[in-house]
Design a protein around this ligand. Structure first.
Ligand SMILES: [Zn+2]
Ligand SMILES: [Zn+2]
Length: 450
């Protein structure tokens, strides 16, 4: 549905590619179409047939499923006539009571608190927007939403439940609980809702006419750049790329390029690599039972799953817990080295690698979720007790540090080097090169925004 309002008669709004800084003009897409950046291949926007009212209904449904999923146990376990059941909140409480508050805080934020705030924020803005009104504190809500999104890990928790159930089935009788079905449905709903990024919501707000569409023109000594938070393309002085401006629409701090991106990325990567050692060497959980006490490392857990015959889950845990963090560390280091040495080879592949690193970021939290669930389920005083061990906190720190490292890295610098020849990348932002071509340079032909 076309906005029909002010922007249509004049120029359509612009959109900036976050990975290579090219500027494009938005246009309508046909069902199923995706507009990709013609330069680096990043998805710029995609067709959505959902109206604001449908998005609101989806957000409300998701919030109800969220409450149900958390109200019921995800699994039940029986040992010698005793039964223990656990929901996500039980797992958090047990982990906290056992004194592993870092692990409890990390998993509580990623699995419960942040997804809940995300859903509340979505309902807060979608209700007024669907009625054609500007939501109160819209700018603040959008900035919060942008900050929270990468840290919501419900799908990872859901996979963690499955792994925990299989692991315990070797020791006792374990059944999945009603909450697990809730989390399965929640995972699907949240994945669909994930499409509703703050940028997309701002575009909806523009199209409904509650926010004025601003189409900037580039003047002498200025350059067009997109706001990382709201996506608004605006003209800023072409001075030092790292100096701070403020977004004229959402007031977020606006840099042409992320400041000190290489030193920040390296610092976070080195810190993550340091934590990676205790994360793998130290046990992530300890089991005390009548048969004696034992401590389990990540790799030990994978071998155990394999020996139990669950080679599929063993592979998943191995990939998520061992391969993914290592891949992230190595990939980011390679990407940073390319820029450090001013290389312009394989820029498109490098952008794709960076997108992959961003995408897989949260999946390594899997084993930490498994540990807190095992702790809550196998909690039989005197008979068997499982608790988190120091490796779990170290492991969670690796996940957080590598995610922060990926966020600090600025892939646009590589494209800057290409545009500037052999000059220092930072001095030559490239957005001017592709100044809003009238028809978007899409890989798949697309038109407009929805
Ligand atoms: Zn691009
Ligand atoms: Zn902004």
């Amino acid at each position: 549905m076309d906005a029909g309002d002010q922007p249509m008669t004049r120029l359509r709004p612009l959109i900036a590619c976050e990975h290579c800084a090219s500027i494009f003009r938005r246009h309508d897409l046909a069902p199923g179409e995706v507009a990709n950046c013609g330069r680096c291949g990043t998805t710029l926007w995609r067709y959505s047939g959902l109206t604001l009212g449908s998005w609101l209904a989806l957000a409300i449904t998701t919030a109800i499923v969220f409450m149900i999923a958390n109200a019921y146990p995800v699994a039940k376990m029986q040992v010698q006539g005793m039964e223990q059941q656990a929901s996500l909140l039980d797992a958090l409480t047990v982990t906290w009571d056992q004194g592993h508050w870092v692990v409890a805080l990390m998993t509580g934020a990623a699995g419960f608190a942040l997804p809940m705030v995300q859903l509340l924020l979505l309902m807060w803005v979608l209700y007024p927007l669907s009625r054609g009104r500007l939501p109160p504190a819209f700018r603040l809500a959008m900035r919060l939403l942008g900050l929270l999104r990468p840290w919501c890990m419900v799908p990872v928790f859901m996979l963690g439940v499955l792994v925990a159930v299989v692991k315990l089935s070797g020791m006792a009788s374990v059944q999945p609980g009603f909450g697990l079905a809730g989390f399965a449905l929640l995972t699907i709903l949240l994945t669909i809702l994930g499409r509703l990024s703050p940028h997309a919501l701002w575009r909806y707000a523009e199209d409904t006419g509650v926010v004025r569409a601003h189409v900037p023109e580039e003047r002498q000594g200025e350059i067009l750049t997109g706001c990382h938070v709201c996506g608004q393309v605006q003209s800023v002085p072409l001075d030092h790329p790292e100096s701070a401006h403020h977004c004229q629409r959402c007031n977020a701090v606006l840099h042409l390029r992320k400041p000190d991106h290489l030193s920040r990325t390296w610092a976070l990567l080195i810190a993550a690599a340091v934590f990676y050692i205790p994360a793998n060497v130290l046990p992530v959980m300890s089991i005390s039972s009548l048969l004696g006490d034992s401590a389990h490392t990540i790799l030990g857990g994978v071998i155990e799953l394999w020996q139990m015959g669950s080679w599929d889950l063993a592979t998943i845990v191995f990939v998520a817990s061992v391969m993914v963090p290592l891949t992230k560390l190595i990939s980011l280091a390679v990407l940073a080295l390319f820029i450090q040495f001013g290389s312009t080879t394989n820029l498109r592949q490098r952008t794709r690698l960076y997108t992959m690193v961003e995408f897989i970021g949260q999946w390594s939290m899997l084993d930490v979720f498994v540990v807190i669930l095992l702790a809550a389920l196998a909690n039989f005083h005197g008979l068997m007790e499982i608790s988190a061990a120091p490796g779990a906190a170290a492991f969670g720190s690796v996940v957080i540090l590598t995610m922060l490292a990926a966020m600090s890295f600025d892939p646009r610098r590589g494209w800057d080097i290409e545009a500037a020849g052999t000059q220092i990348a930072a001095r030559a932002p490239v957005s001017t090169v592709e100044h809003a071509p009238p028809s978007v340079d899409t890989d798949m032909d697309g038109r407009g925004v929805r």
